[in-house]
Write a protein that binds this ligand. Structure first.
Ligand code: IMP
Ligand code: MG
Length: 178
């Protein structure tokens, strides 16, 4: 079991995260500037801090929506993707930007893109804060990416391990002895 009482080692510090979020917001604002309102779909719970920072830095009209999915039954063991909370509004004809915390196997993002594309939006793009460098997620549909990281369990800036460490201002590494 991980020792959740000791602070996780810093992988990406707060200043680097904030600078990268600023870059992503500028890039997204530039690319959507003539598209009207975009619908930001935050994936709960992990993306809530990233979405809060990113959305406040955009300079284009935007709406915030949330979905909840789970791909892990508990801890860090991979399972099936389950839709736990759907959007409350239709997205037909809208420009949708999915905001996700981390791409691990990539199955959550693939599931979500397919699900939303079937609802006839004007477009569906994706923005992920981090992607783990794994061969099986190389084809994950990521349009905007904050950081590439090694295949380690990370916490902080919205990411958790069994609900611990979500509110750390940095992204840290948790050594999980399995
Ligand atoms: P995927 O479907 O395997 O890509 O897993 C995606 C989801 O698993 C993410 O949205 C996270 O909620 C969770 N996850 C995967 N890796 C980590 C990690 O290192 N720390 C915290 N959560 C993770
Ligand atoms: Mg997530």
């Amino acid at each position: 079991m991980a020792d959740v009482s000791s602070p996780p080692r810093v992988l990406i510090d707060e200043d680097h995260i904030q600078a990268r979020v600023e870059d992503l917001a500028a890039q997204i604002s530039a690319e959507y500037h003539d598209k009207g309102e975009i619908v930001l779909v935050g994936v709960l719970k992990g993306a809530f801090i990233f979405l809060a920072d990113l959305s406040r830095r955009l300079t284009i009209p935007r709406r915030i929506e949330f979905m909840a999915l789970s791909s892990y039954s508990e801890g860090s063991v991979s399972g099936e993707v389950r839709l736990e909370m759907d959007l409350r509004h239709q997205i037909e004809g809208k420009h949708v930007l999915i905001v996700e915390d981390i791409i691990d196997s990539g199955q959550t993002l693939r599931y979500l893109v397919d699900l939303l594309k079937a609802r006839s939006p004007a477009s569906v793009k994706t923005c992920a804060l981090v992607r783990k460098q794994r061969e099986d997620n190389a084809d994950a549909p990521i349009d905007y990416l904050g950081f590439e990281i090694p295949d380690v369990w990370t916490v902080g800036y919205g990411l958790d391990y069994e609900e611990q460490h979500r509110t750390l201002p940095y992204i840290g590494i948790l050594d999980i002895a399995e």
